[in-house]
Design a protein around this ligand. Sequence first.
Ligand SMILES: [Fe+2]
Ligand SMILES: [Fe+2]
Length: 194
Amino acid sequence: MSLAGYEQTEAKLRSVLCEKSFAHAQRTAVTAKKLALRHDCGAGLCALAALAHDVARDMNDAELLEAAGRLDLPIGAVERKRPYLLHAAVGAGILSDRLGIEDDRVARAVERHTFGAPAMTDMEMIVFLADMIEPSRQFPGVDDIRELAERDLRAAYIMGVKRQLLSLIEMGRFIHPRTVAAWNGIAKEVRARA
Ligand SMILES: [Fe+2]
Ligand SMILES: [Fe+2]
């Protein structure tokens, strides 16, 4: 992806995101680029996917539900209650219309950025992690994930999913079936290696 593509995407994003979300997208892109360079994983494409990951982040509930219906995305009871949970899947579906990005790898990284998934590619893990550890993120253990992400993407991704699960449990919140699927993918892989 050329620099012009990146800059064009930035300009388009400015018109669909509020200042706060736009700044988060930029920080996520910078973090993703560093991780990609570190792990030799197509820095241009990773940075672009990270920049675009929250393209649907500022759509309101009605807009997200409408877009999900139009895109034929599965809308469960959880999504009906919290349409925000659709922003990753809707984002992947509107990438081409909103930002002119037509790349399946980018779309999948956007689609998987909130819940993770079984069998994540390096690029998908980089976008997931960059979103979680960009410099403004602060939560107990974030520095451990930051440090691990420098050395071992997979281990950092596993730590990230685990942390998501544990904090949902601690807060007494519902665990989305896709988070469970991501975790089961990890558990299966760990068992196969043992
Ligand atoms: Fe997001
Ligand atoms: Fe994000």
